[in-house]
Design a protein around this ligand. Structure first.
Ligand SMILES: *[C@@H]1O[C@H](CO)[C@@H](O)[C@H](O)[C@H]1NC(C)=O
Ligand SMILES: *[C@@H]1O[C@H](CO)[C@@H](O)[C@H](O)[C@H]1NC(C)=O
Ligand SMILES: *[C@@H]1O[C@H](CO)[C@@H](O)[C@H](O)[C@H]1NC(C)=O
Ligand SMILES: *[C@@H]1O[C@H](CO)[C@@H](O)[C@H](O)[C@H]1NC(C)=O
Ligand SMILES: *[C@@H]1O[C@H](CO)[C@@H](O)[C@H](O)[C@H]1NC(C)=O
Ligand SMILES: *[C@@H]1O[C@H](CO)[C@@H](O)[C@H](O)[C@H]1NC(C)=O
Ligand SMILES: *[C@@H]1O[C@H](CO)[C@@H](O)[C@H](O)[C@H]1NC(C)=O
Ligand SMILES: *[C@@H]1O[C@H](CO)[C@@H](O)[C@H](O)[C@H]1NC(C)=O
Ligand SMILES: *[C@@H]1O[C@H](CO)[C@@H](O)[C@H](O)[C@H]1NC(C)=O
Ligand SMILES: *[C@@H]1O[C@H](CO)[C@@H](O)[C@H](O)[C@H]1NC(C)=O
Length: 397
């Protein structure tokens, strides 16, 4: 029951999407001939062409064609034929429909052409999927579109989904819609249908439509959990990772990876070492030199499976390797520094200790008794040993 309702809704929506297209079918028979074929109709939601005929013919042949593609289903014996839904033929450039009676010269040629002023339809429509399930579509207003033209995007994830209007438009400074942002986009094997129509106060705006295989426009996220394990016992480093996240493919074997390793602080090296491409989830870096540090980055693309064959995003640069030469140098330097410091400290302490010993004992008791009367004298007396303590200290520093 629910399914039937859904189906009805779907068909209704689909009809909405196509029925409101401003377009007419104009038909012509061959010249100087009254065609027996009349009343041609096209139901875009079912891709069904129907007509009436004043004569009973046993067979008809139908053809649908636009600039880029053509469909000819098997001949039919009734006045109705269906084109495959999988044709995915956009309509905005117009469509030719031909009905022929085989083995005669009887035929009917019809054109479906979008209405509206030329140059008012959007241009440069393109969509991109990123971060697994987010999608951006953008376009530019037609160059001959009136100033007040506003555009609206409708889409259908697949033929079997509801048609929906964009929920979050991207607008330009004049408030005109120039794109749409989508969330939770599911990548389906079927093509998604996009339709952008427009309205203006006093003109009819042409629509634009396009079918897109969503997986082809995905920018893959970087590979995950990339680690480089350089052990002292083995010559190389083992680099491992996990495939990028996608909404529709789990298979590890669907990806190819490009690995880019470059010596740190020697960026020129990259010209010598071309990027490596592998299909596995593991790569052994043989040219590893313990004395150096390396910068690793990698990206993925689809190989077979329904995954974009364009390279995805790079990982953040990952640093690995020990750079041992440098390390040893630092260690030696620190040891040397430590030794020098300790020696100097000992020297100072020794000196200080000696100074105390030699200067302090004779100072206070005997002189106090004699010099207690004059403040000035006592101060100078106290000042001199202090100074003597200080000087060796500052020499140490
Ligand atoms: C655009 O198309 C949608 C879906 O077909 C329709 O509901 C809407 O009325 C159309 N808008 C204009 C301005 O033609
Ligand atoms: C076509 O054939 C049907 C029966 O098959 C008949 O009823 C009809 O009158 C015929 N029409 C013409 C125009 O011959
Ligand atoms: C038309 O073709 C269908 C199958 O394609 C067949 O079942 C039907 O009997 C045919 N009708 C006539 C009148 O030949
Ligand atoms: C179609 O063929 C008929 C005879 O079968 C002929 O009389 C007619 O002139 C032809 N029409 C065209 C346009 O060739
Ligand atoms: C629009 O352009 C088409 C071909 O590009 C042309 O056939 C048609 O006449 C033009 N319509 C108008 C109103 O200029
Ligand atoms: C569409 O893109 C092309 C190429 O980038 C550009 O030349 C053209 O001006 C764009 N169309 C509009 C309406 O901006
Ligand atoms: C990707 O989406 C997730 C949530 O779905 C969000 O947490 C993360 O920040 C997004 N990453 C980028 C680069 O936009
Ligand atoms: C998608 O659109 C948003 C908002 O305009 C923008 O911030 C983001 O960079 C776009 N992402 C891509 C991949 O184009
Ligand atoms: C990446 O590593 C973290 C922690 O090591 C783990 O929780 C996560 O599941 C890993 N991701 C994948 C895709 O395996
Ligand atoms: C690195 O590889 C060695 C063996 O080659 C293994 O014992 C060690 O656990 C690995 N370390 C990490 C972090 O994977």
């Amino acid at each position: 029951m629910f399914d039937t309702l859904e189906l009805i809704c779907m068909i209704w929506w689909y009809m909405m999407l196509f029925h409101s297209l401003h377009a007419d079918i104009h038909c012509m028979g061959p010249e100087a001939q009254e065609s027996p074929i009349t009343n041609v109709k096209m139901d875009w939601s079912k891709m069904e062409l129907s007509w009436e005929s004043s004569k009973n013919f046993s067979k008809y042949k139908c053809t649908i064609r636009n600039r880029d593609m053509e469909g000819t289903p098997p001949e039919v014996n009734s006045t109705k034929c269906r084109f495959p839904l999988e044709l995915y033929m956009p309509l905005h450039e117009g469509v030719f429909l031909i009905i022929e009676v085989p083995n005669t010269n009887i035929s009917k040629h019809c054109t479906f052409s979008p209405g509206g002023i030329n140059g008012s339809a959007i241009e440069n429509f393109s969509c991109v999927i990123y971060n697994v399930s987010l999608m951006n579509c953008t376009w530019q207003a037609g160059r001959d579109a009136p100033e007040d033209t506003q555009y609206f995007l409708y889409w259908q994830n697949s033929r079997y989904d509801d048609a929906m209007e964009c929920e979050l438009y991207i607008t330009d400074e004049n408030g005109r819609n120039t794109g749409c942002r989508f969330q939770n986009v599911r990548i389906d094997v079927n093509k998604a249908y996009f339709l952008v129509n427009g309205s203006s106060k006093d003109s009819l705006i042409q629509f634009y439509d396009e079918y897109i295989r969503l997986y082809k426009i995905e920018i893959l996220t970087p590979p995950l959990n990339v680690t480089a394990n350089c052990t002292t016992d083995s010559v190389g480093c083992i680099i491992t990772w996990q495939p990028p996240l996608t909404s529709h493919v789990e298979n590890v074997k669907c990806f190819q990876y490009e690995i880019h390793i470059q010596t740190k602080d020697e960026p020129k090296e990259e010209e010598k070492d071309p990027p490596v491409r592998v299909r596995s989830n593991r790569y052994e870096f043989q040219n590893y030199n313990e004395k150096k540090k390396y910068i690793l980055k990698m990206r993925a693309r689809g190989r077979s499976c329904l995954i974009s064959s364009n390279w995805g995003e790079w990982t953040e640069p990952i640093e690995f390797g020990q750079g041992k030469d440098y390390f040893i140098f630092v260690v030696l330097f620190l040891i040397a520094l430590g030794t020098i410091s300790v020696t100097l400290l000992q020297y100072c302490l020794f000196k200080r200790y000696c100074s105390f010993k030699s200067i302090f004992p004779p100072i206070p008791q005997p002189r106090d008794k004699f010099n207690i009367s004059t403040d000035e004298n006592s101060q100078t007396e106290y000042a001199s040993p202090q100074n003597k303590q200080l000087y060796p200290g500052s020499n140490c520093g």
